[in-house]
Design a protein around this ligand. Structure first.
Ligand code: ACO
Length: 308
């Protein structure tokens, strides 16, 4: 009989191993994960709204089918993530209550309106593109259930990003009116997309600890820069202009310099004062109330053991 090897939380983190639900973990680690995974899950669910609004107005059956599938994928991402959060000992109903009452956040990006069909392509290209840059490193995060959920989510996000790019490409190479619509959407979504990566490193209260715990693998500013570097050449293929006069290739750094992100705007949106915050939550609360009978029926059916 071999003695059971006792591995402490600190050793697992140091060895870049995985912490699993039944392992001992510091209370703050658990709380940080619940905060981040819940915020992430809420973002997926609230993120269904700006694009969902265009399902009935998609310009062709093909575009409608793709958009339906994409929005449905976002619901699936939310469900994996709520399930990952539940392994930490919280209840999904409590997390949803925290969202509905403003006690938990969701991504700032979904508080901007989707005004035209070009916004749908732009959201796929930029918002899902930013999500991939942020989330691929999370596939290696120290908490097993979160890391594993991210693997599948990232594969689907990658498809979402490509479909957005392809849709926007059709517009930007279409009629002058379609091109102008694509440019207008890029003008409105570019800066909010950069805000998705969070406050600058110098003003990010959670970064140091989350990095030490292997939840975050790269800083907010590092990922923001990675996103800019990835996206600038793509904008050139689309023939669209990124709305930043300070955008310039920096030979020395091998990266693009870019202008100042308006972090005061990010703070306002995160504080609940963005263009659509009230509308997004009101819609979510209404959908939750209208769906209550479905959950009650499912519970009753489960309690009956499947009997008729
Ligand atoms: N929108 C809303 N809130 C934000 C945003 C944002 N774009 N960026 C940062 N915040 C919040 C943080 O949640 C934190 O709030 P809290 O401490 O009150 O909970 C606060 O601002 C300070 O920021 P940081 O200290 O930098 O927070 P953190 O270390 O959690 O980093 C980040 C923020 C990068 C968003 C991180 O939580 C993360 O990687 N989350 C997982 C990815 C995610 O949630 N993506 C959602 C959008 S993608 C999609 O759904 C398609």
């Amino acid at each position: 009989v071999y003695p059971r090897r006792v591995t402490t939380f600190e050793q697992v983190i140091e060895d870049l191993g995985r912490v699993e639900p039944r392992d001992a973990m510091p209370d703050d680690y658990r709380a940080t994960l619940i905060r981040q995974i819940a915020q992430h899950a809420h973002s997926e669910i609230i993120g269904m709204q700006p694009e969902g609004a265009w399902i009935t107005r998609a310009p062709s059956l093909r575009r409608k089918a793709i958009l339906l599938a994409k929005v449905q994928d976002e619901a699936g991402h939310g469900l994996y993530l709520y399930a990952a959060a539940e392994t930490l000992g919280v209840d999904r109903a409590d997390l949803l209550d925290a969202l509905h009452t403003g006690r938990q956040k969701y991504s700032s990006i979904f508080n901007y309106p989707s005004l035209t069909w070009a916004d749908v392509g732009t959201i796929g290209w930029l918002v899902d593109g930013a999500a991939i840059v942020n989330q691929v490193p999370l596939c290696r995060c120290s908490y097993g259930p979160y890391a594993r959920a991210m693997v599948r989510i990232c594969k689907e996000e990658s498809f979402h990003q490509r479909q957005g790019f392809e849709s926007l490409h059709a517009l930007s190479h279409g009629t002058p009116e379609q091109h102008a619509m694509a440019q207008d959407a890029l003008d409105r979504w570019w800066w909010p997309a950069l805000m998705m990566f969070g406050p600058p490193d110098s003003a990010s209260p959670n970064s140091e600890r989350s990095t030490a715990w292997g939840i975050k693998r790269f800083s907010n500013d590092t990922l923001r820069q990675r996103f800019v570097d990835m996206t600038v050449p793509q904008a050139a293929v689309l023939g669209l202009r990124i709305p930043d006069d300070d955008l310039a290739w920096n030979e020395e750094r091998g990266s693009w310099d870019f202008g100042e992100v308006d972090f005061a705007e990010l703070a306002e949106v995160v504080a609940g004062r963005g263009p659509c915050n009230a509308e997004r939550i009101a819609h979510k609360v209404r959908a939750d109330a209208e769906g209550a009978w479905v959950r009650e029926a499912a519970d009753a059916y489960a309690a009956s053991g499947g009997a008729r």
